[in-house]
Design a protein around this ligand. Structure first.
Ligand code: GLU
Length: 283
């Protein structure tokens, strides 16, 4: 068994991250497996080195030990580009010039499981226009979802303890695989990395359950194995809302500064015992 914890270094870790890390760590240790860390630092404008160091220090404080060196997404850009080339060669991706505002303004953009569904404006641009605009206009790369789904057929994954879940990638529309400002989207980078790292069990928050529709599709398109999944409830604050990076009181740094014992907190989280005022909820 190999599990992972994959923080994005864009803020301080909080109790929700600790819960996720503790579950993944414990699952690996209980099975005599491996627990690895991935730093999701692909977003160059928001990722910060001090958050990387602070996140690792938080995990050490919790008493968690990981195997090997943390994997950095920023060091894996070549692999993301190769995967994108593969999909491009199969005619499954297209360049898109729309801005967020363009998409928001489009009346035909319904809401999908992970945000507005792209209305397909750039999907069928004439080749000459596409070529001309690509030379001068910033663009992202989108997956042609309908075509992609035709090539894979029906897909499912195993959600631990719940059995099979049918993937519904079509509901997400033509998702972005490479952004204007980042060489790969979360979906592409995360799916490729989990396969490269040999992750067998993905244990993460239920906020990412819908993303698994897309990850399962990318696995099928790119010939990658499908791990088992376990999407756990999210830690919510006294207001009943899931924690966010701005909730300073729940940050591991502030708990540590307040004298909380890290390994004792980890043991409590593992037993689903949360500090007063906090609760676990499915979104
Ligand atoms: N880096 C992602 C996050 O912090 C987690 C990715 C994943 O677990 O798949 O939300």
């Amino acid at each position: 068994m190999l599990t992972r914890f994959a923080p994005s270094p864009t803020g301080d870790l909080h109790l929700g991250h600790a819960y996720s890390a503790v579950l993944a760590h414990d699952a690996a240790r209980a099975a005599n497996g491996r627990f690895v860390i991935r730093i999701d630092d692909i977003d160059g404008s928001r990722s910060r080195e001090d958050y990387v160091a602070a996140s690792l220090a938080d995990l050490v404080w919790l008493g968690l030990a990981w195997d090997g060196e943390p994997v950095r997404q920023s060091a894996r850009l070549g692999d993301y580009a190769t995967a994108l080339d593969t999909l491009r060669a199969r005619g499954l991706v297209y360049s898109c010039f729309c801005t967020r505002a363009d998409i928001a303004a489009s009346l035909s953009a319904p809401h999908g499981p992970s945000g507005p569904v792209y209305p397909g404006t750039c999907r069928d641009l004439p080749a000459a226009e596409r070529e001309r605009r690509m030379a001068t206009e910033p663009h992202c790369w989108r997956l042609d979802m309908a075509r992609a789904v035709l090539t894979t057929g029906a897909l499912a994954w195993e959600e631990q303890g719940q059995g099979e879940r049918v993937a519904d990638p079509l509901a997400h529309g033509d998702i972005v695989l490479a952004r204007k400002d980042a060489p790969a989207s979360y979906h592409l980078a995360s799916t490729l990395d989990d396969a490269m790292m040999g992750v067998t069990h993905i244990i993460r928050g239920a906020d990412l359950l819908a993303s698994t529709d897309v990850h399962r599709l990318l696995q099928a398109l790119l010939g990658l194995p499908t791990p088992l999944y376990r999407h756990h409830p999210l830690v919510c604050g006294p207001d009943g809302k899931r924690l966010a990076k701005r909730d300073a009181a729940a940050s591991l740094a502030s708990l540590r500064a307040a004298g909380v014992d890290g390994p004792a907190l980890a043991a409590d989280l593992l037993a689903a015992r949360l500090p007063t005022g906090y609760s676990l909820r499915m979104p």
